[in-house]
Design a protein around this ligand. Sequence first.
Ligand SMILES: [Zn+2]
Length: 63
Amino acid sequence: MPLSDELRDVPVEFHCPVCSYPTVRKGSWLKTIGSFKCDGCETQVRIGYEEKLTIFERHLRKR
Ligand SMILES: [Zn+2]
């Protein structure tokens, strides 16, 4: 299953695996990045394709 373009302009929430700090970014941003810096604990968190799929699926299911 590909990452849906449906969420391109939609704010998607996900949580830091280290400190659970919530981060909200647009789907388009999430699709392109490979890692991000958590605002909560300042850890550089890697996000792989599988994680992105999980985040997107969770968001779509929530609606
Ligand atoms: Zn964190």
